[in-house]
Ligand binder design. Structure first.
Ligand SMILES: [Mg+2]
Length: 320
């Protein structure tokens, strides 16, 4: 299909209700009487760094690419509006794979109530997917708003995606852990419910300890985690023990969990627990004076965690 025909087919398939979408030099967002803040985020998935092409179908890859961007909007307490997509495609991804990729995007648009506003497509040596997503929020929740005495909580599961990545790297594409790694569900409704009540929030992409360190630094506080309060169910613990992994460390360093990490005052946390019923909310610790450190306590004693959190650069030697 020629490029013009391809763009025209996308224009018809992805109508844009907020102005001018696909087809001109740029998308146009119609003026409106906006009273809320616009929230923007970009996330890029690169073959060989973030995924292996054979592990996900094109539709799964499209859904995951969109989901990780929407997870960042959820983490701001924002409602998603629309996104742009830039794709670099190796020759073997042209044609049928590309069709299936856009099928996945269409599914994601319906499921998460978001629209494709435009983008770009190029030949490339490796598959690269870059999405810029835009949402709106009356009061975007930052990482920096935490206060001394706030409770620290997680909404969602931890460690499952790390186990799923291990399974995929060992050729196992089925099962609940691989599923958790492949099929990311952005916690959009939960993020919007938490928005007015949380003092600080972020989504967990690089592992609890590492991401919490970022929230602590932004808020100028330390965090204390109670190991016994972490969400550690039997299925995860059993699987960890089979592999000789520590369940506690698996949950602490995780990676690609896309759970929401947030802090809130005691009263706000009680209200949150009545409003957000699913997935589980685990209150895992509290914020204390300090300057960006995270400490984990097990049976009243500090536990030193030596396993490293996920680091795209360190893992793949692409930088420092
Ligand atoms: Mg994030």
């Amino acid at each position: 299909m020629r490029e013009e025909a391809w763009v025209e087919s996308l224009r018809r398939r992805f109508p844009f209700s907020r102005g001018l979408g696909i087809g001109d030099d740029a998308a146009v967002l119609a003026p409106d009487s906006r009273r809320e803040s616009l929230v923007l985020t970009t996330d890029m998935l690169v073959e060989g760094v973030h995924f292996r092409k054979g592990d996900l179908t094109p539709a799964q890859l499209a859904l995951k690419s969109l989901a990780v961007n929407l997870s960042d909007l959820a983490a701001m307490g924002a409602r998603p509006l629309f996104y742009t997509l830039a794709l670099a495609l190796p020759a073997d991804y042209m044609g049928l794979c590309l069709e299936e990729f856009y099928d996945g995007l269409e599914q994601g648009n319906r499921r998460w109530g978001v629209e494709l506003a435009g983008g770009d497509l190029s030949a490339g040596s490796i598959l690269t997917i870059s999405i810029t997503a835009v949402g709106e929020a009356a009061r975007p929740v930052l990482r920096s708003g935490s206060r001394v005495g706030d409770l620290l909580a997680v909404c969602g599961r931890l460690g499952w995606s790390k186990l799923g990545l291990h399974d995929l790297l060992n050729g196992q594409r089925k099962g609940p852990f691989a599923e958790a790694h492949i099929s990311v569900e952005p916690l959009l409704a939960q993020g919007q419910t938490l928005g007015p009540l949380a003092s600080a929030m972020m989504d967990l992409s690089d592992g609890l300890l590492k991401d919490l360190g970022r929230l602590c630094s932004a808020s100028g506080l330390d965090a204390e985690i109670d190991a016994a309060a972490l969400p550690l169910d039997r299925v995860l613990s059993d699987r960890c023990r089979t592999l000789g992994w520590s369940p506690l460390e698996t949950v602490l360093v995780g990676g690609e969990d896309y759970a929401l990490l947030f802090t809130a005052g005691v009263q706000e946390m009680a209200k949150i627990k009545t409003l957000v019923l699913e997935p589980d909310i685990s209150v895992i610790g509290r914020m204390v004076p300090g300057g960006g450190q995270v400490r984990v306590f097990e049976n009243g004693r500090e536990r030193v965690v030596e396993v490293e959190c996920y680091d795209h650069f360190a893992v793949h030697g692409a930088g420092d």
